[in-house]
Write a protein that binds this ligand. Structure first.
Ligand SMILES: Cc1cc2nc3c(=O)[nH]c(=O)nc-3n(C[C@H](O)[C@H](O)[C@H](O)COP(=O)(O)OP(=O)(O)OC[C@H]3O[C@@H](n4cnc5c(N)ncnc54)[C@H](O)[C@@H]3O)c2cc1C
Length: 536
């Protein structure tokens, strides 16, 4: 028999070993009545800076008699532990006469391929970029020299767009597969704590190892992985997918017959959206958000969030999430990277894209986050499905021009941005974006409503987070890849409207945002395919 106890308060200075005593007090039972205790969730409560604590949810095992007593007399919030329903895979009956192809090896493709391989379906995974080890070298070279490899960069290659990230594993979706994603990551080398932390993160350094380990597992389970292989065309028979065409970095074009294809190519792949439009797949322009990155000294953010407890070893670097309105649009901080770096995330020539990453330790000098403003069809200047994509491309090209070329990003100090003038250098906060920044008037490369929204946001956020408007804080443009600018329409079976057997999946399809939700969408697509075809 088991009970779940919620909201057990463990003060910052207390050891976790005292948790059983705290649980017993909440149950109104002696400590030795608890036969077993398991931690489900740990969250940080920093609402009161003079009383920072951790809040625990735990499941305890008691004798049936003690459980009845505890349910009646407990001082804390207690309920019977919920049974986790087990999900048994469903296998279809149609024999597999051609392989199942997974296009793209970001979180969506990786988890889809893993599940298929685990269940004996031997998927063929096609990835335009390189294996994560080789990719790391290309990314490092780009950040050092500003010379971009358009097929191997911070967006394209094994591990997908999130491989060089903070590795935040939070998600707002309520899907039981999210727990499976965390468990699989832990099984392949991520720290076990991700399973119960309310805001887990693993950082670029660990994520890269996990991705490699998952690929090796897919290969061991009979899957095939082909790098340097870009999906460039589809072949249909009637209304169903029959084969896909790929372009290889070495030997040209090839036709690959397939029973089904999970298309998990992410939202960086503009060429894929254009190919789908040409193939008559139903697409829709989608709202997204765009703006800039802001960098503050990590210590300033830690002090604002944790007061005198800043620097406490159990707290790590502080996070924030802030939101407000500007001119009737939402403006909010996005993808905050405590103790991290602003990074160059271009995947196309002639466009500057910024984003953020951290290592597991989150111990770099600055903390950064995007400040983004909602954009939608009224801003796109056209109403075709690719109008949002062109809007995004223009933002990135304008930032490239203002930076002066070589993927140098336009940047400014907050005081200058707020005053609407150009910066001519930087002060105590040093920009971390590599290959480098050009001090200028960042507002020049942003549409007026985005520049105004960013300014309004900074003023509003500084009322909630002291020092947010630090005059020397650094602004770097442009943050444009928050979510997909296009949605690939799916029917109730998850197949593309306009082509049966094609499963648009993950963030690029417009149905996920973030590592965990993309991975969950990938698993769902794999389950749908398994339910259609017999297990080999
Ligand atoms: C710098 C950065 C930091 C981020 N930080 C976080 C974070 O901390 N937490 C979080 O939850 N999310 C974060 N994100 C977002 C997260 O990375 C994405 O939501 C997630 O990666 C989407 O997964 P996906 O599999 O749908 O697509 P992607 O990750 O974009 O993967 C698509 C894959 O398809 C491949 N591909 C593209 N075109 C083709 C083609 N034609 N043929 C074959 N292969 C192709 C690409 O090379 C890529 O590997 C971050 C993103 C970036 C860029």
């Amino acid at each position: 028999m088991a009970l779940t106890l919620f909201d057990l308060k463990l003060p910052l200075h207390a050891e976790e070993s005292s948790l059983k005593r705290i649980a017993a007090r909440a149950l109104a039972m002696p400590e030795n009545a608890i036969q077993d205790m398991r931690i489900n969730r740990i969250s940080l409560d920093a609402r009161r800076k003079d009383d920072i604590s951790f809040r625990y949810t735990v499941t305890v095992t008691l004798s049936p008699k003690d459980e009845t007593y505890a349910l009646r007399h407990a001082n804390g919030h207690v309920s019977r532990a919920a049974e986790t329903p087990s999900r048994v895979p469903v296998y279809g009956e149609r024999p597999l006469t051609a392989p199942i192809v997974v296009a793209g090896m970001g979180p969506a493709g990786l988890f889809a391929a893993y599940l298929l391989a685990q269940n004996g379906y031997k998927p063929v995974v096609l990835e335009r970029g390189k294996a994560v080890e080789a990719r790391q070298e290309d990314v490092a070279r780009f950040w050092k020299t500003g010379v971009l490899d358009v097929s191997s960069n911070a967006v394209f290659g094994e591990g997908g767009a999130g491989a060089f990230s903070d590795g935040k594993l939070t998600t707002r979706i309520k899907d039981p597969r999210a727990a499976d994603v965390l468990a699989l990551l832990a099984e392949h080398g991520a720290p076990d704590e991700i399973i119960h932390m309310a805001k887990p993160h693993i950082g670029t350094d660990k994520l890269v190892q996990v991705v490699r380990n998952m690929r090796l597992a897919i290969l061991r389970m009979g899957g095939t992985v082909r790098f340097g292989t870009r999906v460039c065309g589809l072949e249909r028979q009637g209304d169903a997918l029959q084969a896909i065409y790929v372009e290889k970095s070495t030997e040209g074009r090839e036709r690959i017959p397939c029973a089904a294809c999970i298309l998990a190519t992410g939202h960086g792949a503009s060429d894929v959206y254009r190919m789908l439009a040409e193939e008559g797949i139903a697409l829709q322009a989608k709202p997204f958000a765009a703006g800039v990155r802001i960098e503050h000294p990590r210590e300033l953010i830690d002090r604002s969030q944790f007061g005198t407890f800043a620097g406490h070893p159990r707290l790590g670097a502080a996070e924030y999430h802030l939101a407000d309105q500007s001119g009737g649009r939402g403006v909010y901080t996005f993808c905050m990277c405590p103790g991290g770096y602003v990074v160059a995330c271009a995947s196309e020539q002639g466009g500057v894209v910024t984003n953020g990453m951290s290592h597991y330790a989150r111990d770099a000098e600055n903390s950064n986050a995007a400040i983004v403003v909602q954009v939608d069809a009224r801003d796109y200047g056209a109403d075709d499905p690719l109008a949002g994509l062109r809007f995004r491309e223009k933002l990135e090209q304008d930032a490239f021009r203002l930076g002066g070329g070589g993927f140098v990003a336009p940047a400014a100090q907050v005081a200058d941005l707020l005053a609407g003038r150009a910066s001519n250098g930087f002060g105590s906060v040093r920009p971390t974006y590599a290959p480098g920044v050009r001090a200028c008037d960042v507002g020049e490369c942003l549409p007026g409503f985005i520049a105004a929204g960013v300014r309004d946001g900074i003023r509003a956020f500084s009322r909630r987070l002291q020092g947010f408007d630090l005059p020397e804080a650094v602004i770097t443009a442009v943050e444009s890849r928050t979510s997909a600018p296009v949605r690939v329409l799916r029917d109730k079976n998850g197949e593309a409207e306009g082509m049966l057997g094609l499963y648009p999946t993950g963030e690029g399809a417009g149905y996920a945002g973030g590592i965990v939700s993309a991975a969950v969408d990938g698993m769902r697509a794999a389950e749908r395919i398994m339910a259609r075809f017999a297990r080999p």
